[in-house]
Design a protein around this ligand. Structure first.
Ligand SMILES: [Zn+2]
Length: 166
């Protein structure tokens, strides 16, 4: 659900990411307890710095869970899968293109190189960099194959008190 950001959301997001959120467009996904879990950001920060992370995973519990996967070598395993599985690769490229299109919607100066960056800021659309970014995209769109594998591995993550960053 696309939603506007309330003042309460801003307070929660600031606690979740431990800094002031910048250039937020909207909350693109919420967890069961209602906290923002993915926010959408503008392709440029207010000082003009390009910011390729369109969907930002903010829920601390989920950020931690994905980091544990990354630490256990999951990205390497997925890159290996991609080299053998052409269907997975096809869906990844599709997801990358959808991500780019979503970034362009409502964006300005859309010929800027930031608009051609893939998920996690990659230039090569067959590459995977940050599992958090793929998982965030999956939570928003339901159509990111890497994020889906991450979601399946994490299973149902119950909301806990850390959702709101307290
Ligand atoms: Zn929650």
């Amino acid at each position: 659900m696309k939603e506007k950001i309330t003042e309460d959301d801003r307070i929660i997001i600031e606690r979740q990411i431990k800094r002031k959120p910048r250039q937020l467009r909207r909350v693109t996904s919420r967890c069961d307890c209602g906290c923002p879990q993915v926010v959408e950001t503008e392709p440029f920060l207010s000082d003009g710095t390009p910011f390729p992370t369109l969907y930002w995973l903010t829920c601390p519990a989920k950020v931690k869970a994905v980091a544990r996967l990354e630490d256990s070598g999951w990205a390497t395993r997925l890159i290996d899968m991609l080299s053998r599985d052409t269907v997975l690769k096809k869906f990844l490229i599709q997801a990358q293109q959808e991500y780019g299109e979503a970034r362009k919607r409502g964006g300005r100066d859309t010929v800027h190189p930031v608009y051609s960056k893939g998920i996690g800021g990659v230039r090569d659309l067959e590459a995977i960099k940050c599992l958090h970014a793929h998982y965030a995209h999956y939570l928003v769109s339901g159509s990111n194959p890497i994020g889906k594998l991450v979601a399946e591995n994490l299973g149902a993550l119950a909301c806990d008190t850390r959702c709101d960053g307290k």
